[in-house]
Structures are given as C-alpha cells and as structure tokens.
Design a protein around this ligand. Structure first.
Ligand SMILES: [Zn+2]
Length: 238
C-alpha cells in the first residue's frame, strides 16, 4: 500500500509539472503577440501612422499645393533611387539617412531608395557652409539660395530622373537630421513648401523631425499606381 501511494504522488507531481509548462508556453505566446501588436502600431520612425485623422482630400490638396500648382501634371520617380553621398557626413548622418530610407521603402508603389557607390541618380553632398559657393558653381546651382540644405531635381516628361541634394554639414545634428528628411521629401517629388506648419516642408522653415499625417498620406497617394505621371488635379479628383 505505501508503495502504491508513492507512485500516485509521483504521477501528481508529473501532472503538475506538465500543467506549469503548458501555462508557461501560453504566457510566452501571449506576450510575444502583445509585443508584435505593439511594434505593428509603431512601424514607422519618420513616417506617420495616425492616418485616421486625414483623408483623400487632405492628401490631394497637399499634392496640389507643393507639386501640381507648379508643374500642372503629376511627376514622380519610376525607377529605384540610387543615392551616393559624399563630403563629410557624421556617423549619425549616415544612420539617419539609412533610417529614412528604410521607412520610405515601406510605401507601396514607391520604387525605393538604396545607397550606392557609383551609378547614382541622386548625389547627396554634406559640406560646410564655406564650401557651398564652389559646389554650387561645380553643379550649376548658382541660382539657388541654400538655407541649411537644398534639393534640385531634373525630370523628363514627368519622370524624375535625377537630383542633387546639398546639406550644410556645420549646422547642429538635430537640425541637420530634420533638414535631410526635408530635402529627401523634396527629392521624391514634393517640390514647393506647404502652409501646413506640421509638414516637413513647411514654408516657415520650422524643423520637423518626422513626416506629418498629411505628408505621409500625400506620399502614399503620389506613389499609388492609380495616380499616374501626366495626370492633372481634376483627373485625380474624380
Ligand atoms: Zn525646402
């Protein structure tokens, strides 16, 4: 009889151990799901995922304000953007550039950006203020006023083919990070400046660290395959 009791006790211990393991596994799965849900809600660093606060009309008005009011019909990149950087970027400059690229490449329909050493279609130059006149001369950009940064695009039949971006390397790092984002946003097709102060390309020259909800929506709309090069405001707004 005592022997029988011992076996039962062992069986109960085994069963308890089994239950504890199952509970542990379930907890781990739930925790991981939570973590995944959390990261899904914070997918972007430079883009904005609060899209519920803006709609199609806000995006279209923005595209009109900063692009169509200047060039009449839709312009955008059709091939992957190959950025070559030169000059004196800091480690953080390169980290920020990579992070912006990673975020922008999440936009559906956008041909994407990558960093290259040669065969670039975008040249990104980090240079101190004193070197700017010489650089402007070299790249025939003497008609541009550089205020911390500048972007010049070259398009053919609505397709943006090439661009050059100059960043003043001697401004403080935090400002420079916003300037890079601002100029890259100009580079992808948003030419002018917006009256919306939250936009990364606001006309008051305020440094904005990430795209506003309208900026992000306009980016998604411009690169949506249904919106084609050559379309007018009225052809989009149907
Ligand atoms: Zn600007």
């Amino acid at each position: 009889m005592p022997f029988q009791k011992k076996i039962n006790f062992n069986k109960i211990l085994l069963l308890l151990g089994f239950i504890i393991v199952i509970i542990g596994l379930i907890s781990v799965i739930c925790l991981q799901t939570d973590v995944m849900d959390f990261s899904r809600g914070h997918d972007f660093y430079y883009l904005n995922d609060s899209g519920h606060s803006v709609d199609f009309k806000d995006g279209l008005n923005f595209i009109y304000e900063v692009q169509l009011s200047r060039v009449q019909t839709v312009e955008k990149w059709m091939v992957p953007i190959r950025i070559k950087y030169e000059g004196n970027p800091t480690k953080e400059d390169i980290a920020v550039l990579n992070k912006v690229i990673k975020d922008f490449n999440k936009i559906d329909g956008f041909p994407g950006i990558k960093i290259v050493n040669k065969d670039e279609n975008v040249l990104l130059i980090y240079a101190p203020q004193e070197d700017l006149p010489e650089i402007q001369q070299k790249y025939h950009l003497t008609n541009l006023t550089i205020d911390k940064g500048v972007c010049q695009r070259f398009s053919e039949d609505g397709e943006i083919k090439r661009a050059i971006i100059i960043i003043e390397s001697d401004v403080d790092q935090k400002t420079k990070n916003s300037v890079v984002l601002h100029e890259i946003f100009h580079m992808i097709g948003f030419y002018g400046h917006s009256a919306l102060n939250t936009s990364v390309i606001n006309q008051i020259g305020e440094s904005v660290p990430k795209l506003s909800a309208v900026d992000t929506l306009a980016f998604q709309m411009l690169y949506c395959p249904e919106i084609k090069i050559g379309m007018t405001y009225y052809e989009i707004d149907v």
